[in-house]
Design a protein around this ligand. Structure first.
Ligand SMILES: [Zn+2]
Length: 447
């Protein structure tokens, strides 16, 4: 059996430390077999990627159905908690078919934005009222199929969501999120299997949503499978206050006590932390997923990402509520938030921000051989135009700075996953009309 060999010629490639002009990649069976520099012209028959090619982008935190809320939640005032009521009303209308249609379109939007892997933090498991579907993982399977059809990788972070608050049962809206207890969550999640484009991971929705004595069941499930484990952590001060009242400690301390923190764990948001929390998270090697466009949209606050990283917490980025889907905006927002807070510049280089958006984001989702352009890595690539109205002008060797600080998702020209063009010249090759697919799917949820 001969392996399929494809050759890509990259006009400019970001190789982790610098931009290299004229790079040729040999791709076999979806992986990079060789990286050849010093090739100023495309070899005959090569696929030509003009612009700056980056490793594929990892969107480490997504709730696909939140895409249906875009703009509608911008009318009027309110808080995270009033936004959540609108979000629940949309969740009530989801069925496996509707969720499949919406997620396929949302993941196609992500592919157009250069995202090659999504971390889907999934908690709408059952029918309204909490009745399991005939296939108890019908919703999760709908998301896995949607990613395959949109041509991107997915880590399905199946979330335990068992309570509405400390010592309080789920509300009517939340019944469909709950498996009753962590053992039942584990039994259902164990039926989901990895596949070529998909990894199965675990999530604790938050310390509000999983009773303390059941946290270790979820942690053990992830440990046994060496699977990623994600948790919403201290996004809101109200969660911290309630946790202190119930357990006399912070959410980070509670998670540490029950074995949830560690190098395969990622805390999402990590916004309102004490200095001790920062040491606990960093010292345990727990990652931090920042979602700056959502955090600013929901008026959450600015998490101490720089301090967390200094203490040993790897950073990743997510578009979370999909107020926008643009990993370049997430990356620069992390740096620009820190500038506003400290009134100094240069907390992260463009290269450091790109690492969060690529290799470290993939590692947070359990894809250890993805997110770099080197021999042996998966052939996932994102090409950014350097000749658009936004990106033209800077020298090509400043391509990383241009991508992070000037480009938008609209500047993504090609997206390649496992050596296959999913986006070519700005058009999705598998989902012909992405805006149409989004419009139809969202209309279904609004009706
Ligand atoms: Zn979230």
């Amino acid at each position: 059996m001969t392996a399929t060999l494809r050759t890509y010629w990259l006009e400019h490639a970001w190789l982790g430390t610098h931009v290299e002009p004229g790079v040729t990649l040999d791709v076999t069976d979806g992986r990079i077999a060789a990286v050849r520099t010093g090739t100023p012209a495309p070899p005959p028959g090569a696929e030509i990627l003009r612009g700056l090619t980056l490793p594929g982008l990892a969107n480490a935190h997504s709730h696909a159905f939140h895409r249906a809320l875009r703009s509608t939640v911008q009318v009027g005032s309110g808080t995270f908690w009033t936004w959540r009521e609108v979000m629940y009303a949309t969740a009530d209308r989801l069925t496996p078919d509707r969720y499949h249609a919406l997620a396929r379109a949302v993941y196609a939007e992500m592919a157009l934005a250069g995202i090659t892997t999504v971390g889907e933090f999934h908690y709408v498991h059952h029918a309204p009222g909490g009745t399991p579907y005939a296939d108890p993982n019908a919703m999760g399977e709908a998301l896995l199929a949607a990613a395959a059809e949109a041509g991107i990788r997915i880590t399905l972070l199946d979330a335990a969501y068992l309570s509405s608050g400390f010592g309080r049962p789920p509300t009517a809206h939340q019944l469909r999120f709950s498996d009753g207890d962590a053992e039942s969550w584990a039994a259902r999640s164990s039926l989901l299997k990895d596949r070529d484009h998909a990894r199965i991971g675990a999530a604790v929705h938050s310390v509000r949503a999983v009773p303390a004595e059941q946290l270790s069941t979820v942690a053990r499930w992830a440990e046994e499978r060496r699977a990623p484990l994600h948790v919403h952590l201290s996004e809101q001060t109200a969660e911290n206050d309630a946790c202190r009242e119930a357990h006399g400690c912070t959410p980070a301390q509670l998670l540490a006590l029950h074995g949830v923190l560690g190098p395969r764990t990622t805390g999402v948001h990590n916004t309102h932390l004490t200095a001790e929390d920062v040491s606990l998270i960093g010292g345990s090697g727990t990652g931090t997923c920042m979602c700056p466009t959502t955090e600013r949209d929901l008026a959450d606050g600015i998490g101490p990402a720089a301090a967390l990283q200094n203490e040993g917490s790897p950073l990743s980025l997510g578009s979370d509520s999909h107020a926008v889907v643009d990993l370049f905006e997430e990356a620069r927002a992390m740096e620009l938030n820190e500038r506003l807070r400290t009134r100094t510049r240069g907390h992260w280089t463009a290269a450091a921000l790109l690492r969060a958006a690529t290799v470290d984001g993939h590692a947070a989702l359990g894809w250890d051989d993805t997110g770099v352009i080197e021999a042996g890595a998966r052939a996932d690539l994102t090409t950014v135009a350097l000749d658009s109205v936004r990106t033209v002008g800077p020298l090509p060797r400043l391509g990383a700075e241009t991508a992070v600080f000037a480009a938008t998702a609209a500047d993504v020209r090609h997206t390649v996953v496992a050596g296959r063009h999913v986006v070519r010249d700005g058009a999705h090759t598998l989902v012909p009309d992405v805006p149409g697919a989004l419009a139809r799917a969202i209309r279904e949820l609004r009706a």
